[in-house]
Ligand binder design. Structure first.
Ligand code: SF4
Length: 565
């Protein structure tokens, strides 16, 4: 899609209250992804546009954090057709390829909802390119099936470069088979009702999503195609037909799909999609984790060579590249002699301006990897490096500690002078400041000033966010907010986790004084009076946002509650 069409697409959504999703293919691979994203952000109305920063801290469990963020941003909204839970604002669908990492800071700043899927786990859906005609489904039965298409119920209308479509899959089929295109991309196109879908329903005839055939793991990378659809692929010269094993021709036998033509189908499942949203992501293999660290270390004027060698011996293995900055001619010469052949160690002589050497070092550090800065030969604990290696890090964040002001739990040996920082050269703050500014900086204090204070995080073990603690845990005592169906299933999970719920609360006064499986239901105020009796509140309701606000008004913080999904 070109930028002009994208502008029209965004503008056409004026007045829409729901998720405006950017999807592909892989949207982050688009050469103008950044421009598109900034336009979308700037043109979303206030209240829908993302204002609050998120995922600025290193994440131990990235997917859990994304899910939590989606939940936090969701709301129950009253549409003309009834109430629905939604995230109103920008959404991103991404397979988390390396370009996701490239735009990580921008993505977290702009998108209120993310559907991330690294294809590391199984994901099922029924084959798309199966025509009901090939299966012999008569008209009357077909209309019933089509009009109850599950994808139409839960999924989305879409805009492609060829226009607007009532269904994303219909839009994709129009692209694939060079169809006539969609409706003009103009304001309000999305208000059409099913009676107005008209000609676009032709694409349902080519689509097997609504038909209960079988489900295939998307990670097989095989398209199951019925006979007439196979011919259509031949007509358009689909390159997939030439790729061995990518297309599986589905034939009929005695009025049903020939079992033998379900080639490689490991499991026939009725449930669609995935076991849970989290299972769409196998974070362990993700490109998001740091692969290597580089560092810039400032040496004191009278630093002893032996001290430098000791530091290299003990801390050096953490880094792929080490840049020492020294203003001493003697140290510079000695280190040059020792490490001239060494690919890891680089010695920079700072002349009058500190920024010159710092900018040089930044330019020569690895792209998209954390760069550490030590204002002195400081020793960090091995476990801290390890924790950082196992975290997903926002490249826009400056992780920083001023040791003159704060004591630190990450140091091997105490120090009350100097500072430590960790950042990425791709940080918006550095890009905006520009290399000239950095080259002229008198010291790290000036670098500090260019950062948005909300993106500066105090460096410590605690800065690493572990959202797995936001789940119901073993051997805890909880109060449950929400005495409905969700509250009931939360209670079952609490019990399965060997934990205990001591009471429910609910905003609905009609429920007060009643019992759920022997556990009393009270007014929300009870949470305050009995605060000492439980460790956390389990929020078990779709009205998550309102409950969160209520809890905050009662003096609870985010550490005091967990969310039941
Ligand atoms: S095109 Fe396919 S997915 Fe879309 S509504 Fe029709 S049958 Fe359902």
């Amino acid at each position: 899609m070109d930028f002009t069409t994208f502008i029209r697409a965004v503008d056409s959504m004026e007045g829409y209250h729901g998720t405006i999703g950017v999807m592909g293919g892989e949207p982050t691979l688009h050469p103008e992804f950044e421009r598109f994203t900034r336009y979308l952000h700037a043109h979303l109305p206030k209240g829908v546009r993302k204002e609050k920063l998120s995922l600025t801290r290193p994440q131990k469990d990235f997917i859990e954090s994304v899910l939590l963020e989606n939940k936090i941003n969701s709301e129950v909204y009253q549409y003309e057709t009834g109430a629905r839970e939604t995230v109103a604002g920008a959404g991103l669908w991404s397979a988390m390829v390396p370009t996701y990492k490239k735009y990580y800071e921008l993505i977290q700043d702009v998108f209120k909802m993310q559907a991330v899927n690294d294809h590391g786990n199984t994901m099922y859906h029924s084959p798309i390119l199966i025509s009901r005609k090939d299966l012999g489904i008569p008209d009357e039965q077909w209309l019933e099936i089509r009009d109850h298409c599950w994808a139409q119920d839960i999924w989305s209308a879409s805009i492609t470069p060829k226009g607007a479509f009532f269904c994303e899959i219909a839009g994709a089929l129009d692209m694939l088979f060079d169809g006539p295109g969609g409706w003009p991309i103009e304001k309000g196109w999305w208000k059409r009702t099913p009676e107005q879908f008209g000609d676009q329903l032709r694409w349902c005839e080519y689509c097997g999503i609504a038909i209960e055939t079988y489900t295939r793991d998307a990670n097989d990378w095989i398209d199951d195609v019925s006979e007439s659809m196979y011919k259509k692929l031949e007509e358009i010269g689909s390159p997939k037909l030439k790729k061995p094993g990518r297309i599986n021709l589905v034939r009929m036998k005695d009025g049903i799909i020939d079992q033998e033509s379900k080639v490689g189908v490991k499991e026939i499942r009725k449930e669609l999609f995935y076991d849970s949203f989290a299972s769409r992501f196998d974070g362990k293999k993700s490109v998001l984790f740091p692969e290597r660290f580089d560092t810039v270390v400032v040496l004191e004027h009278n630093q002893k060579i032996g001290e430098i060698e000791k530091w290299i011996k003990e801390q050096g293995r953490q880094f792929k590249k080490i840049f020492f900055i020294t203003d001493s001619e003697y140290i510079y010469r000695e280190l040059q002699k020792l490490y001239i052949e060494n690919q890891q160690i680089h010695v920079l002589k700072s002349h009058k301006i500190w920024g010159n050497s710092f900018a040089y070092a930044i330019r020569h550090c690895h792209d998209f990897q954390p760069i550490w800065y030590f204002s002195d030969l400081l020793y960090l604990k091995e476990e801290f490096y390890e924790d950082i290696r196992n975290s997903v890090i926002n490249p826009g964040t400056l992780h920083y500690i001023n040791l003159e002001k704060h004591s630190s739990d990450i140091l091997e040996t105490d120090s009350n002078s100097g500072c430590i920082a960790m950042y990425h050269k791709e940080a918006e703050a550095l890009k905006e400041a520009g290399i000239d500014f950095i080259s002229n900086a008198a010291g790290f204090d000036e670098i500090l000033k260019i950062w948005n204070p909300e993106k500066i995080i105090k460096m410590s073990f605690e800065m690493i966010e572990d959202t797995s603690v936001m789940r119901i845990q073993n051997d805890k005592v909880y109060a449950v907010y929400g005495a409905g169906k969700t509250g009931y299933s939360a209670l079952q999970q609490i019990r399965e986790s060997n934990s205990k719920a001591i009471f429910f609360v609910d905003t609905d006064s009609k429920k007060w004084g009643k019992y759920i499986e022997g556990i009393p239901v009270a007014a929300p105020q009870e949470l305050v009076t009995r605060r000492k009796e439980f460790s956390q509140v389990v929020i078990a309701s779709t009205y998550f946002k309102e409950i969160k606000e209520k809890l905050e008004s009662l003096g609870f913080t985010s550490d005091d509650y967990v969310i039941y999904e």
